[in-house]
Write a protein that binds this ligand. Structure first.
Ligand SMILES: N[C@@H](CCC(=O)N[C@@H](CS)C(=O)NCC(=O)O)C(=O)O
Length: 197
C-alpha cells in the first residue's frame, strides 16, 4: 500500500499487475523469487521488491507533491520507517494474528504496539505530520500499518487517548489519495490488456 501511495503521489504512471498471493504468477517469481509484493520492474529491467525502496524510487524520479524533501528529511523518514518495520510491524502481526502466537494474549501484543502509537501521538501533538507540518514519505510509509492495526479492533482504537494520531489517521483515511489507491483490480492474467495505475 505504501508503494501505491508513493507512486500515486509522485505522478508517475506504472503498469499494474494485480497479484493474488495464493496464486503468484511465474513471471513475478522469475524476477523476484522471494515472492512478496509489491514488485516493481523498471524499464531497464532492474527490479525493486521492497515497498520502502519503491517509495524512494518513485519520489526520487518525480515528486509532484514534494513529499520527499532534502537529505535530512529523507534520513528522518528512514528512521521512522525503520522503527515501524523492525519493531511495530512485529507487534502488529502478533496482535492481528494472536491465535497463531498463543504464548501471550492479543491484549499483551497490543500493549507492546502501543509504545509506537504513543510516540507517533506525541510527535503529532507538536505538528500536523510526522516530520513537520507537511506530508512526507514517512507519513505514507507508516499510515498503512496504523490502518491495519486500527482495524483489528476499530472501537478499541477509537477510544484510545491518542487524539493527535486519530486526527492524522482520519486525514489519510478520508483523503482522495487513499481512496484513489483502494480501487479493486482483477487478478492479472497472461495476455491481459495493460492496466495503467
Ligand atoms: N518488507 C517487504 C514485505 C512485503 C510483504 O511481506 N508483503 C506481503 C503482502 S502485504 C506478501 O507479499 N506476503 C507474501 C505471501 O503472503 O505469500 C516489503 O515491505 O515490501
Amino acid at each position: 500500500m505504501r508503494a501505491r501511495l508513493a507512486i500515486k503521489q509522485s505522478g508517475i504512471k506504472v503498469v499494474l499487475r494485480e497479484v493474488v498471493l495464493r496464486n503468484k504468477p511465474a513471471s513475478m517469481l522469475s524476477i523476484s523469487p522471494k515472492g512478496t509484493v509489491p514488485v516493481l520492474q523498471l524499464a531497464n529491467g532492474d527490479v525493486i521488491d521492497e515497498s520502502w525502496d519503491i517509495v524512494h524510487w518513485a519520489t526520487s524520479e518525480h515528486d509532484a507533491n514534494n513529499i520527499r524533501g532534502d537529505l535530512k528529511r529523507v534520513s528522518e523518514a528512514n528512521q521512522w520507517v525503520l522503527k515501524n518495520d523492525n519493531e511495530f510491524k512485529q507487534h502488529l502481526d502478533h496482535y492481528k494474528y494472536a491465535d497463531r502466537f498463543p504464548e501471550f494474549s492479543a491484549e499483551h501484543y497490543r500493549t507492546q504496539a502501543e509504545t509506537f502509537l504513543s510516540l507517533l501521538n506525541q510527535r503529532l501533538a507538536q505538528q500536523a505530520f510526522l516530520l513537520d507540518d507537511q506530508p512526507s514519505i514517512a507519513d505514507i510509509g507508516i499510515f498503512p500499518f496504523i490502518r491495519q492495526f486500527a482495524h483489528v479492533d476499530i472501537e478499541w482504537f477509537r477510544q484510545t487517548p491518542y487524539e493527535h494520531l486519530h486526527r492524522w489517521f482520519d486525514y489519510y483515511l478520508s483523503s482522495e489519495l487513499f481512496t484513489s489507491i483502494m480501487s479493486k483490480y482483477p487478478a492479472w492474467e497472461e495476455g491481459q490488456d495493460k492496466l495503467l495505475f
